[in-house]
Design a binder for this molecule. Sequence first.
Ligand SMILES: Cc1cc2nc3c(=O)[nH]c(=O)nc-3n(C[C@H](O)[C@H](O)[C@H](O)COP(=O)(O)OP(=O)(O)OC[C@H]3O[C@@H](n4cnc5c(N)ncnc54)[C@H](O)[C@@H]3O)c2cc1C
Length: 454
Amino acid sequence: MTQRTFTVAGAGPVGSLLSISLARHGYRVGLYEGRPDSRKTNIYQGKSINIALSDRGWTSLEKIGICAEAKNRAIPMYHRAVHDIDGEVTALPYGREGDAIWSVSRSGINEQLLDIADDEANITTYFEHRLVDVDFETAKASFRLGDEDELAVQPDYLFGADGAHSKVRRLAHDLPGCSHSQTVMPQCYIELNVPADSDGSHKLEKNALHIWPRKDFMLIALPNTDGTFTCTLFLNASGDPSFESLTERSAVQAFFEANFADALDCLERPIDVFMEKTAAPLFLVQVSPWSFNDKVGLIGDAAHAIVPFYGQGMNCGFEDCAELDALIAEHDHDWRRIFPAYERARKPNADAIAELSKRNFVEMSDLSGDREFRVRKKIEAKFSERFPELWTPLYSMVTFSPDVPYSEALRIGDAQDAVMERIMALPGITEDWDEQYVMDRLFGLASETFGDRK
Ligand SMILES: Cc1cc2nc3c(=O)[nH]c(=O)nc-3n(C[C@H](O)[C@H](O)[C@H](O)COP(=O)(O)OP(=O)(O)OC[C@H]3O[C@@H](n4cnc5c(N)ncnc54)[C@H](O)[C@@H]3O)c2cc1C
């Protein structure tokens, strides 16, 4: 039998991982990336942009046979370090002792996957090849090289792994039966930097994700291995305060002094950077179907761009790859069965993490303000410690429980919410939260709701 061929458009983390998986199943893969090769051109200009990778991401890499060597270059973050407005810092653990999310360099993990792809005989990678057209009947694709030259390729199948602004997805919008939606969030973001101390050490606690939650806006900081932190300021696009309202340098200075006084001591030129940078929008994309004519599919952000408030976008894209990897074997390379099975397995989960991520802005940005919220978290943590078979907090299900699909986490999380609302309605709960009667009441309600879960 002749070797079947795949074109993968987009050599981001998901396209690279998908290509490795396909190549290891025996397909001949052409991996096409619009940008130059970052390993040769320093397109990131020495900037360390990082993201949080959690158990779902690592487990998916391992399922595809990529040993999680990247973990050696990642920094575990065991808790949130919450900076309140007076500069007091409180540690809020992410889960049980030892549970951590990992700060990894976005370009670093991408380049590591590209290195592995280079070692696969079945993969050829083409940089500066921008996909411009797809024939959804045949999977034939056209790429632009530079300003004028075009190249047409005719694979057996094609995957669009070309990110949140996916060209493949936008071309598919015109197909009959394709529906899509885009939700633009009120918040935009800019990235700021905390440089390393003069001896190369971290200026803030290294093994934590730092958050300055201010209800309608927030600043976060994730550590890099070179002693720096990458910070992200999430702020409304319009209203007051907002990127639109803060146009005067003095107003920006006053905004930082009033809200992030302790961060001002360590941020690198925050006012200049705020004035210079254009804030990037945040949006979610949903599309249906995820495959067309059993020839062309979507994966990663191209299929489900979500907002970053749960730190799950890349984790979710890696899970897509692991699911597909398993389905190729299960359905013996029959793509008429694999494409629909992939969508059935993954779309409900992508929709669920999109919803959870949207909701998590409120949770993150209100962390320090709301006393009831903190009491509630303490009750849940204590109960879950005592009765793990009855209760895993939502954050732990999403982040530390790769065996629980996102859709299941959302469903159970909503049921837990209803139970906790009844607990939080008990008179005097903020004072009594540590009393035995609270545990007893919660045990009764949780047993009623989840007792037969297993
Ligand atoms: C501020 C922010 C913070 C985030 N934090 C986290 C986090 O903590 N944890 C987490 O898991 N996720 C996080 N994410 C999400 C994560 O970055 C994405 O989910 C992930 O990068 C998706 O990978 P991808 O390969 O699908 O898409 P991308 O990373 O966007 O890669 C797509 C690739 O396709 C290429 N491309 C685009 N168009 C074309 C074309 N026409 N032809 C050829 N190539 C093309 C692009 O150049 C790019 O290399 C965050 C996102 C943002 C914006």
